[in-house]
Design a binder for this molecule. Structure first.
Ligand SMILES: Cc1cc2nc3c(=O)[nH]c(=O)nc-3n(C[C@H](O)[C@H](O)[C@H](O)COP(=O)(O)OP(=O)(O)OC[C@H]3O[C@@H](n4cnc5c(N)ncnc54)[C@H](O)[C@@H]3O)c2cc1C
Length: 417
C-alpha cells in the first residue's frame, strides 16, 4: 500500500467533511487493493470483479444515491473528487465505476436539481427506488452504453437503438459499441429512442433512459476486446434483439433525460476523474523513481540530473494547471450554467484528457528505459492515458470545435445573410 497524500489536500482546496471522508475511503481501498490487481486486469483485459465486491462491501456502490434512499449522497463534485483517487491506482476500475455511478447521478443529484412537475417528480421517485435498492442491497452493477458508432453519442442525432411502445412496456432493438462492463453489469442503462409505431420517425426529444437486465432474452454481448489501454473496462458490443422490458425499468420518466442533458452539461465531465487520477499517478511514479524509491526497482537515484529536474518541473506545472481548471469547473457545475462556465467545462475536459497523455509521455522519457518495462505500472498509465481524448460526447476534437465556435459566435449568430 502506498501512503500517498490526497490529490486535493482537504484544507488547501477547502473540501467539505464529506468530500474529505469519501476521498480518504476511495484512496485507502484503491491503494491497498486495486493497485496490485490492476496488473492482472490489464494483462488479461478482464473485468475488475473483485474490486466491485470491495466497493459493495465498503458501501461505495451507492456513493451518489440520495440519502433518503440509503446512499452516501455525493453530489457531482464530491463524486468526481472521490473517483479521481480510484483512477490513481486503477484507471479501468475508475472508468467503469463512472459508468455505474452515472446511473445514480443522472437519476439522483441531477434530477433532484431539475425542474419537474409534481406528477413527473412522483413518477421519478417511484421509479428510482427499485434501482437504488438493487444497487445497495445486492451490489447490482449498472452500465452506461450510449455509443453506437454514429453521431448520436456526440449529441447530434437521435439514438438508433429504439424502444417500441406496447401495452405492457417496450421492445428494444439496437446495437451499442464500446459498452464498458459488457457481460459483467447486471443492468445496462440504455439510451434509446422511443417509437410509437414501427414507422414513426426517430426524434431526439423522444430519448429514453431505461435499464435492460443483462439476463433478459435477446440481450447478447459480442466481439473481441483487445485494446491499447483501459483494458479492464471490457467494452465489447451489445446487441438488443426484440428485448422486452416493462414500464418500471425506466431510469427517468420519458422526456426528462433530454432536458437533463441540455441543462446539465457538466455531467459529461464525469469521464475525467479517472484521468485526473492517472495524471497524478504518472507524476507520483516519476518522483519516486527518480528518488530511487519505486518499489521493485533498485534504489538508484537519478534526481541529480538537471534535465530530469526540468522535466519533473514541466510535469508539475501541467499537473497543477490541469487540477486547477478541473477543480474550478467541477466546483461551478449547476443546471443551466453561463456560457463562460460551459466554455470552461469544455476547456477543463480538453485539458485533462490531453494533459494526462502529455504527463505520461514526459514521465517515460525522463525516467528512462527500465521505467517502461511491464513489471512497472508506468507503461500501463501511458496506454490508459491515450484513451480519454477519444471518449464521446466531449472528445478532445469536439471540445476544440465547441470552444472555437463558442468564442466567435453568440447564440443564434451565423454568417448567412
Ligand atoms: C476505454 C473506452 C471505454 C468506453 N466505454 C464506453 C461506455 O461505457 N459507454 C459508451 O457509450 N461509450 C464508451 N466508449 C466509447 C466512446 O465514448 C466513443 O463513443 C468511442 O470511442 C467512439 O469511437 P468511434 O471510432 O466511433 O469514434 P468517432 O469516429 O470519433 O466518433 C463517432 C461519430 O461521432 C461523430 N463525430 C466524431 N468526431 C466528430 C467531430 N469532430 N465533429 C463532428 N462529429 C464527430 C461522427 O458522426 C462519428 O461517426 C468507450 C471508449 C473507450 C476508448
Amino acid at each position: 500500500m502506498y501512503n500517498d497524500e490526497p490529490i486535493f489536500a482537504p484544507s488547501e482546496w477547502k473540501l467539505t467533511k464529506q468530500q474529505e471522508v469519501l476521498c480518504l475511503e476511495t484512496r485507502q481501498i484503491a491503494s491497498s487493493k486495486f493497485i496490485d490487481r490492476a496488473v492482472k486486469y490489464d494483462l488479461e483485459a478482464s473485468f475488475p470483479t473483485e474490486n466491485y465486491k470491495d466497493l459493495h462491501e465498503n458501501n461505495l456502490m451507492g456513493i451518489c444515491i440520495p440519502k433518503k434512499y440509503g446512499g452516501r449522497d455525493a453530489d457531482l463534485k464530491t463524486y468526481m473528487l472521490a473517483a479521481s483517487e480510484i483512477g490513481r491506482y486503477c484507471g479501468a476500475t475508475a472508468l467503469t465505476f463512472n459508468m455505474h455511478v452515472s446511473s445514480c447521478l443522472w437519476t439522483g443529484y441531477l434530477a433532484d436539481n431539475l425542474e419537474m412537475d409534481d406528477e413527473k417528480r412522483n413518477e421519478h421517485n417511484n421509479l428510482r427506488g427499485m434501482h437504488y435498492e438493487r444497487i445497495l442491497k445486492k451490489g447490482s452493477i449498472y452500465a452506461q452504453p450510449f455509443s453506437e458508432g454514429n453521431s448520436s453519442a456526440a449529441g447530434k442525432s437521435a439514438f438508433g437503438t429504439t424502444a417500441l411502445r406496447t401495452d405492457k412496456g417496450w421492445i428494444i432493438n439496437g446495437k451499442k459499441i464500446f459498452a464498458s462492463l459488457s457481460g459483467h453489469a447486471n443492468y445496462y442503462g440504455v439510451l434509446c429512442t422511443e417509437l410509437f409505431s414501427e414507422n414513426s420517425p426517430p426524434s431526439r426529444a423522444n430519448t429514453m433512459y431505461v435499464a435492460v437486465p443483462s439476463s433478459q432474452e435477446g440481450v447478447r454481448v459480442e466481439g473481441e476486446w483487445d485494446p491499447l489501454g483501459m483494458r479492464g473496462t471490457v467494452s465489447r458490443t451489445l446487441i438488443f434483439e426484440n428485448v422486452f422490458i416493462p414500464f418500471n425499468e425506466q431510469l427517468m420518466p420519458r422526456g426528462i433525460y433530454y432536458n437533463a442533458a441540455k441543462q446539465w452539461p457538466h455531467m459529461f465531465m464525469t469521464l475525467t476523474p479517472s484521468y485526473v487520477g492517472l495524471a497524478q499517478a504518472c507524476y507520483d511514479f516519476t518522483v519516486r523513481y527518480l528518488r530511487g524509491e519505486q518499489p521493485g526497482m533498485p534504489p538508484i537515484k537519478r534526481r541529480m540530473y538537471p534535465t530530469k529536474q526540468l522535466t519533473v518541473a514541466q510535469m508539475k506545472i501541467i499537473l497543477e494547471q490541469t487540477k486547477a481548471i478541473w477543480f474550478q469547473s467541477i466546483s461551478e457545475a449547476k443546471p443551466n450554467p453561463s456560457k463562460d462556465q460551459i466554455m470552461r467545462a469544455w476547456s477543463a475536459q480538453y485539458s485533462v484528457m490531453e494533459n494526462v497523455n502529455e504527463i505520461a509521455r514526459l514521465a517515460i522519457r525522463t525516467c528512462g528505459g527500465q521505467s517502461m518495462l511491464k513489471s512497472q505500472p508506468l507503461e500501463r498509465f501511458y496506454r490508459d492515458s491515450r484513451c480519454g481524448a477519444l471518449m464521446l460526447p466531449w472528445t478532445a476534437e469536439l471540445c476544440l470545435d465547441m470552444i472555437g465556435k463558442g468564442a466567435l459566435y453568440e447564440h443564434g449568430e451565423s454568417d448567412e445573410n
